[in-house]
Design a protein around this ligand. Sequence first.
Ligand code: NIG
Ligand code: FE
Length: 425
Amino acid sequence: MSEHVWRHLNLCPNGDPDASIEDAALAVRDGTIAWLGAARDLPREFDAWPSTNLGGAWVTPSLVDCHTHLVFGGHRADEFALRLRGASYEEIARRGGGIVSTVRATRAADEDALLASASARLEPLIAEGVGAIEIKSGYGLELESERKMLRVARELSRCYPVSVYTTFLGAHALPPEFAGRADAYIDEVCERMLPALADEGLVDAVDVFCERIGFTLAQSERVFEAAQRRGLPVKMHAEQLSLMGGTALAARYRALSADHLEFLDEAGVQAMKEAGAVAVLLPGAYYFIRETQLPPIEWLRRYDVPIALATDCNPGTSPATSLLAMLNLGCTLFRLTVPEVLQGVTRHAARALGRGDRHGELAPGRPADFVVWSVSTLAELAYWMGRPLAARVVRAGATVHTAPVSPWTGRFLDTCAEAFQRSAQ
Ligand code: NIG
Ligand code: FE
């Protein structure tokens, strides 16, 4: 049996700074939280347990990245360069570039190559405190290649200290071999791909890109029906480039989340509220395609729809491998508040995965998955741009990452990490 008490920390148990506990203690038995609260209330029974003094460092739950396309072949830096010369994301997609060019590269890559390139994107996320991540398929667009992507996503969870939730996004784009036959492709998605992949245990949820350059409402609904027949939860890339009404459809199917939402109207927000869906905002994509239409933040607030933030890590619209960067963009571009963005990558993001019971919050009986931060206030997590801030990443009570030692001075890069390391020795 392993028993440990983490002492002298400032604890933010669920991402809401108002719920923080100063000078807290956290007792962990066999990877599970046995007790947490103010240090002065720590029951005597824990006094004899080995302990670590965190020197007043901030601790939050591990972060949750609830919308990514982390597994893909190649990249689209060349397309980025084209966009800088004036072409829009939508024009490039219509000319056979965009998603379809990543489909070509993904189909051509084997599992080892996909695993290696996805690992290079996953590692920085884990190092900054991500403990759960959603990974979508959607660059294979035929059974074998979609299977390959989902198998790689599952393999990542075996190779790394992170929970991976897979989403089947067969309806991401029309593959070239189905040009002009979108309905026939949707038949393939619903009748062949989804059933086969679900039977293999590769699918945790089902997503659709409902858009002018994606799929219609009627096609999206067919995918949702197929998911429902399998008992799988749904979510949607909705209202990213235009108002299609996909969010209201997603709400009717009790979607876990509707994502992007720049063009969402008030009726759609109301539908989300009634369905209990999470609004997943993706400021990296908004920034990278230089969108100017802001998501309806005020309506989301007014209707009290939970807001999550994610990287949307993908080669076309958000080549982002930092969730903390999304906190900064969420605040600067969307004018979200610090409490909103912190909850957006903890409890609300966990709820968007349908795993609010497992991630995004620290409480007795839950896994001891947390991050010790090198910051003196929680606002710093949204404030710094590009600076590593996780002093220590803990999963099931075990340290899985620590801030690196400076190669120049041999010292830890910041005072919190140093204080922590000293006390841990
Ligand atoms: O989340 N909107 C559709 N899917 C991705 C973009 C995919 C791509 O361009 O490769 C997104 O923005
Ligand atoms: Fe996406």
